[in-house]
Write a new protein. Structure first.
Length: 144
């Protein structure tokens, strides 16, 4: 009789030096944080390549965090609002729309938005579960 392990093991998927992707070298959270760093750098680079200024970037960089106000109502509404504001779908759709109609400011806004999402992911602030702010798709925030 076989027993089922709670931890999936896949020896066919190896990272550097033959370590499995689930090893302490490259955890899912680490991989998603590295992806966030690419979002942050890519968004900032795109913003400045298209002629955006530092002051505007600094002013609007934290704008998506206004969505945290949803926590004044309840965790479920807050999670929905926060996740809409922090999903990469939003800035990608905005960038595509801005490109399609030639809206330069929309493209700059999308780049700032994308950079913000990357910054949050690097810090471990992932998309929220309904159970509360600390429960994210990147794991629990703070002390256990």
């Amino acid at each position: 009789m076989q027993t089922l392990s709670k931890t999936p093991t896949n020896t066919n998927t190896a990272g550097p030096k033959g370590l499995p992707l689930g090893s302490s070298f490259l955890t899912m959270s680490t991989l998603l944080r590295m992806e966030g760093l690419v979002y942050l750098c890519g968004g900032a680079l795109a913003y400045f390549q298209f002629g955006g200024g530092w002051l505007v970037f600094a002013i609007f960089f934290l704008a998506p965090d206004v969505s945290l106000a949803g926590y004044l109502l309840n965790a479920r509404i807050a999670a929905i609002v926060y996740n809409v504001a922090h999903s990469t779908l939003g800035p990608l759709v905005l960038a595509l729309a801005a490109y399609t109609v030639g809206w330069h400011a929309g493209g700059l806004a999308a780049a700032i938005w994308f950079a913000h999402i990357g910054f949050d992911r690097v810090l471990g602030y992932g998309l929220k579960h309904f159970s509360g702010f600390a429960d994210t798709h990147l794991g629990r925030i703070g002390k256990a």
